[in-house]
Design a protein around this ligand. Sequence first.
Ligand code: SF4
Length: 651
Amino acid sequence: MALIEVSSPHAAPAAPTRHVLRILLRSPMGAIGAAMLLVGVVFAVAAPLIAPYDPYETVHVTIDDIYQQPSAAHLLGTDDAGKDVLSGLIYGARVSLLVGFSAAFIALLIGGVVGIVAGYRGGRIGSALMRITDFFLVIPDLALQIVIVAIAGQSLTNIILVIGALGWTTTARLVRSQTLSVRERKFVLRARAIGAGDWHILRRHILPQVLPLMLANMVLVISLAILAESTLAFIGLGDPTVISWGQMLNFAFGRGAVSAGAWWALLTPGLAIVWVVLGTTLLGTTLEEVLNPRLKRHHLEKDRSMAIPPRSAAEVALAAPARDPDGPILQVRDLAIEFESPGGPLRAVDGVSFDLRRGETIGLVGESGSGKTTAMLGMMRLLAPGGRLVGGQVFLDGEDLMTLPDAELRAVRWSRISVVFQGAMNALNPVRTVGDQVAEAIRVHEPEVGADGARVRAEDLLERVGIGRQRFDDHAHAYSGGMRQRAMIALALACRPDVIVADEPTTALDVMVQAQIMELLASLGREMGMGTILVTHDLGVVASSCDRVLVMYGGRIAEEGPTSRLFSDPQHPYAQLLLASFPDLAAPDRELRGIPGTPPRLDAMPPGCSFAPRCPAAFDRCRVERPGEYPVGEGRRAACFLLDPQGANRG
Ligand code: SF4
């Protein structure tokens, strides 16, 4: 089948400068703020060229020189020392902006590091960093600045350091919340799943998402730093060797400008401070409002699941199956997962076991909330927050993933077991090219390949999945839905894994594209000898592409069997109702039946068989006792008392 798709008409992402310009053009307030700040910057940079007099030049002062009114010779009059106020104002911009930018940079550095570490690491480290931040937040900045500058000395360097070192708290809180939001996005989960380390994830995935907001916040911190410097200078704690606006105010107030009626000596530096602070505030607020991505939270998260405590070597030796080249590549045994809740732990996956062979495709089906995705993520120790593995083993070619140290598990993820995530748009980082993300997995696991080699292989993969190597440098939003899903498949194949977990890989795609994607997955799986687990609601997709089916309900396997036999003769009442609720093209006249009721909530799981409240065949025993798994033919099993070979024992 020809795999031809048309990309979406979205334009390529704008360059950052163009993006900022577009924001400013769209927001008059932002544009006004930028223009006001620009005036200040031009004054500061071009001061020696545009200032009519040297403000540092010592003048011979007579009574006629001081507090001269504005005139053609002195457009803004003169001050108490007979110096030109306009020249002081222009040179003062240098000091105010130097302090503002430098202190804001220091605050950005400290606040950025604290916020990113607190948000990314979370837990005790995150809480401790936030407590420290809160402590600094409640300390009155100005009082501390006055004390430190008075003790350390009134140099410009000290003023910059003090303002910067005390002005990082809001940045830290903002960056932390943004990092918390970004780290929960699916592309970060994908990066973890490919085995990328923390530093790599921070540098390549978190920072690019957080940095724009940090820079917008920095503009706001500049205004606060300028205000702080002006305040210090006004109360006489400025650097006496330089001219700043605060200092001009200090001189004017202290040396009789009020009694002399020299309003120009007071008003002009005051207005200059207001001008720049207002400009930076307008600009910073606009940038922050627009650049804050308000990233959506996703229920999938990075690896917070605890590995099951390691067993002794003797236990492992007893439990681990012998490696068999012809045996299953993946063996899951009694997998159990719980989530923390205020009312105690809730069991989401309960005793799930199955085998997967090379070249085989298993369909994992069931209604939403049956535990399908949780079981798969738990298998890779990539659980949602609060999720915990509480039992079971997962052997990948004889190696138990549950007890593998984190570093070794990272090496296994993606190189040996990879995931095609649901919702490819969320799983691809929007600010990086798709090709680079495919190459990223190769670079992480096979650094010896090198950047060029990884690119060539990634281009080959894009070609292989029908996208074409020429789309390597496009971003995800320039791909159509089908192409993004193909890109996810290319990504999953990047390191030639033994097992692929495809979680709803065709959701939201039209039927034709669904068929293409499934055919692609199946053919590549057979060709590369991979085992594939297809997690889906779509029984039609399972019927056409899976060798075996696992029907899940209430966190357990309700029934397992070869696809054709299970579909033609389901044994478990839930499997029967599930299949009866799905249209059958071979029997278009068959009446569709819905399953009565809704799946059980985790916090209201029935004590006996979890399907009992909805099961038309339920009897007393079902409500108090949990059924075991009983064989129902070759390669088949089902968890229902009705299938107990010892008899249903309805009594
Ligand atoms: S054990 Fe009972 S309630 Fe559960 S599926 Fe079988 S008959 Fe229905």
